[in-house]
Design a protein around this ligand. Structure first.
Ligand SMILES: C[S@@+](CC[C@H](N)C(=O)[O-])C[C@H]1O[C@@H](n2cnc3c(N)ncnc32)[C@H](O)[C@@H]1O
Length: 318
């Protein structure tokens, strides 16, 4: 070849993507990924390919990033009703370099402070973040989105338990966490997430908008907010509105419509039988579909004594 060096550019399919969720998110599916992987549609397991991936309750995206690292996903649509979360995905998609720079600046400032001053700083940022909310333009992408996502990631990495929780006014209300050396800027992962989001449409809306993207070649993974295990379990309020039993029924109707489309559907939720063996809530809603129960460790429970082995219910139409 006359000494000529040929550089072969990798196509996105060939790049080994190892992205992980960029936020810690309540209900994150990390614990369950291996179980869910085993029960994917056979054609995905055989061909190592997903033509059209749809996730209408994406949250931190543990399942999406996991599948992205193992299968060739041609295109995908990620949806969530939480507008702060969706800003995060969009900024990583459009301005990840600026995001990384600003996160590094904030990380240096925070880590150089004494314990007392870190605390003050955390609450200052939280206050700015909450005040900004009323006037913020969540509709039209603009430069201000970058700093809001910097704050979102900062608060998520330095707040108590790495939670994202809002009060009824939509204000972020998590207290400071006492981490010695929090990794506020995980540069490598943000770059990976940016790569993983190629050919991905990101939408802030109710799950029902997924309908227009779902066809017979789609694989749809649905992970709605958990139905509370008991009345005191308050970790189902992912958004200002919460997700009621009425929403669970709306979701069943949606599921039945999509099943008629020929799409492959997998849905997970907490198993109400963990609490009451006679509770047939999901068994009744999803009669006619394949219902499987798998052990899962619940990561977030306000009561430490209740962190333990609990079943997750999985509903498939294939
Ligand atoms: C159990 S979490 C998903 C967790 C995700 N699988 C993960 O690994 O992080 C449920 C998500 O549903 C979102 N959500 C709640 N109501 C919704 C709705 N009506 N439409 C779409 N998303 C909704 C919440 O904002 C939350 O991110």
């Amino acid at each position: 070849m006359n000494g000529m060096v040929i550089f072969k550019m990798n196509s996105i399919e060939e790049i080994n993507i190892e992205a992980k969720p960029f936020l810690k998110w309540a209900g994150g599916k990390n614990q369950l990924l291996m179980e869910l992987n085993k029960i994917l549609p056979q054609k995905i397991l055989d061909n190592k390919k997903i033509d059209n991936y749809i996730e209408p309750f994406v949250g931190g995206g543990a399942m999406f990033f996991f599948l992205r690292s193992k299968y060739n996903i041609k295109k995908s649509v990620l949806i969530d009703v939480n507008r702060e979360l969706i800003l995060g995905y969009k900024v990583i998609q459009n301005n990840y370099k600026e995001l990384i720079n600003e996160l590094h600046v904030l990380e240096d400032i925070y880590l150089s402070k004494s314990e007392e001053n870190r605390k003050k700083y955390y609450y200052e940022i939280r206050s700015v973040y909450n005040h900004q909310m009323t006037e913020f333009d969540y509709i039209n992408y603009n430069d201000e989105w970058i700093m809001r996502v910097v704050y979102l990631i900062f608060l998520n990495k330095t707040g108590f338990n790495g939670l994202f929780r809002q009060n009824s006014k939509g204000e972020f209300n998590v207290p400071q966490g006492r981490y010695k050396n929090p990794k506020i800027c995980d540069e490598k992962n943000i770059i990976q997430v940016n790569q993983a989001l190629k050919d991905t449409q990101i939408i802030c809306n109710d799950f029902t908008v997924a309908e227009e993207y779902i066809d017979k070649d789609s694989f749809v993974y649905l992970d709605p907010p958990y139905r509370p295990l008991n009345k005191t379990s308050n970790f189902t309020s992912y958004s200002k509105t919460g997700f009621t039993d009425h929403d669970q029924k709306r979701l069943t109707e949606f599921y039945r419509r999509m099943a008629l489309n020929g799409a492959y559907l997998m849905l997970s939720n907490s198993d109400p039988k963990n609490n009451d063996p006679n509770d047939e809530f999901f068994d009744d809603l999803y009669t006619g579909f394949k219902i499987k129960r798998v052990p899962a460790r619940r990561i977030i429970n306000c009561n430490a004594s209740k962190r333990g082995e609990l079943n997750e219910i999985i509903i498939k139409n294939y």
